[in-house]
Design a protein around this ligand. Structure first.
Ligand code: BES
Ligand code: MN
Ligand code: ZN
Length: 500
């Protein structure tokens, strides 16, 4: 989809549809909505008076203009209550409307900048949200269908009355595209079945990202991991015929200041059978998405490389399958992680924390001073917070606050959970420094406390995206399948830390 901005009058553009808006409770629309209302002889205000248009969030009213004005349809988007309005409402509204118009066969959509006037958003903020919402909402994953339907919106045009705003709008639309395309890469990777999205394939994608955007890349294979003593990752990889890959991408936005850095670490289990502690069959297919953490850090650094903040960012993806092959590790085995700590593998299905132990060890050894790991780590996280928010844990409140704020701007909700001392004893082992399961209670917390053993004194945030990386509902700019969470949060974080 082409996205552009022009100066002009929304009621006079040649398009399949023009999108205007209404806040809840407004009876006499002004601005562009008012102009559309006048051009249609008061049709919009009449529909408001009759109660058909209320301006509720997510409400979409399609008015066919039947030749009265050049655009074939005027779409009135409900923006909801003014107090509850945000850039995320703009993303959601654009997602819903673009899908609806695609369904109607519309190829060219024009829109105003929602909320940039009375909504209180900046022009850039609104423009970026319009682009992100449209692109993310129209996302489909159709690679494996042999027939295509062929309906696509080809063009989205922002129409702005004030020509002096166009440069800022165009820049923001481009930023929106970069950010959305990063989230879309993550969605594609997560949706891709595990027979395609192997650790080797993830490494190939990372190489392509590196080449396109000028990043340094290192891909460690099994012998190199052995050399570094990555017993956690290698233990998990033992049961699989697919070679594991440890992928490191580096963006140097502040090369003269190497300490100004951020490490993004992703769990990259390309399929999680549970291995010898085998998972039940029902729903196991969802475990192709157990590499969502790895997908999100690779995707985030792709956008970071394009947006060029003044900070050094390293993305690390620890990729392997978790399979019950003949050489698989077994419950009760003890492995030694990169940092030297020993781990009793009480349950082979708690594999994410094993590979992350080595990723954290590697990151610390590489001199990374702030770490954020992203992982579909525990079923317990989904039980605790469900689908609508990511769980966060930290040893550094300041860094966590920055992550939460970056998430708020992205419309990706993040909620902190505690890491009280008392839970730690659940991870105590009789035979090794720590064990990889903490019993039935507080499973997301004991998993985080396990990781804390390996982040040690480095400021670190752990994001458990087990509930948020995929969705089974279409809504706003999300469609069924992978969500791309928390790619846009990670991008915002790098931008915010660079400013500070
Ligand atoms: N990948 C799973 C967690 C998961 C479950 C993610 C459902 C998304 C949806 C993880 O590797 C796992 O199996 N965790 C175990 C840990 C337990 C054995 C301590 C779990 O949550 O049951
Ligand atoms: Mn598992
Ligand atoms: Zn897993």
């Amino acid at each position: 989809m082409d996205i552009k901005a022009i100066a002009g009058d929304i009621t006079r553009v040649e398009a399949g549809a023009v999108v205007v808006n209404l806040f809840e409770g407004v009876e006499r629309p002004g601005g562009a909505t008012g102009a559309a209302d006048s051009a249609l002889g008061g049709a919009i205000s009449r529909l408001i008076a009759e109660g058909e248009i209320q301006g509720k969030k997510g409400e979409v009213t399609v008015i066919h203009t039947l030749g009265r004005i050049p655009p074939a349809r005027v779409v009135v988007a409900g923006l909801g209550k003014r107090e509850a309005f945000s850039a995320d409402v703009v993303r959601q509204v654009m997602g819903v409307i673009c899908r609806r118009l695609r369904e109607a066969g519309v190829e060219r959509v024009a829109t105003i900048l929602h909320g940039a006037g009375i909504g209180g958003l900046g022009v850039s903020e609104s423009a970026q949200a319009v682009a992100e919402g449209g692109l993310l909402g129209l996302y489909t994953f159709k690679r494996h269908f042999t027939k295509s339907e062929g309906k696509d919106i080809k063009e989205m045009t922002v129409v702005e009355t004030d020509a002096s705003r166009l440069p800022a709008i165009r820049e923001a639309l481009e930023r929106g595209r970069v950010v959305a395309e990063a989230a879309i890469l993550a969605r594609d990777m997560v949706n891709e079945p595990s027979n395609f999205m192997t650790p080797t394939h993830i490494a190939d994608i990372a190489r392509q990202v590196a080449q396109e955007h000028g990043l340094e890349i290192t891909v460690l294979d099994r012998p190199q991991m052995e050399g570094l003593g990555m017993g956690g990752l290698l233990g998990v990889a033992r049961g699989s015929d697919e070679p594991p890959k440890f992928i490191v991408l580096r963006y140097q936005g502040d090369p003269s200041n190497p300490g100004n850095n951020l490490g993004l670490l992703g769990k990259g289990i390309t399929f999680d059978t549970g291995s010898i502690s085998l998972k039940p069959a029902a729903g196991m297919e969802a475990m192709k998405g157990d590499m969502a953490g790895a997908a999100s850090v690779i995707s985030a650094i792709k956008a970071i490389a394009q947006l060029k903040p003044k900070i050094n960012v390293t993305a690390i993806a620890a990729a392997t399958e978790n399979m019950p092959g003949g050489s698989a590790q077994k419950p009760g085995d003890v492995v030694r992680s990169m940092g030297g700590k020993t781990i009793e593998v009480e349950n082979t299905d708690a594999e994410g924390r094993l590979v992350l132990a080595d990723a954290l060890g590697y990151a610390r050894q590489a001199g990374l001073r702030r770490l954020v790991d992203v992982a579909t780590l525990t079923g317990a996280m989904r039980v605790a917070l469900g689908d609508y928010c990511t769980g966060a844990f930290t040893n550094n409140q300041e860094l966590l606050n920055a992550v939460v704020q970056a998430g708020e701007k992205a419309g990706e909700r993040i909620w902190q959970l505690p890491m009280y001392e008392e839970y730690k004893e659940q991870n105590r082992s009789q035979v090794a420094d720590v064990k990889n399961t903490g019993g039935a209670k507080a499973g997301a917390i004991t998993a985080a406390l396990f990781l804390a053993e390996f982040s040690e004194d480095t400021p670190w945030v752990h994001l458990d995206i087990a509930g948020t990386s995929m969705t089974d509902k279409e809504g706003g700019y999300l469609v069924k399948g992978a969500t791309g969470v928390p790619v846009r949060t990670l991008i915002n974080l790098a931008l915010d830390l660079a400013e500070g």
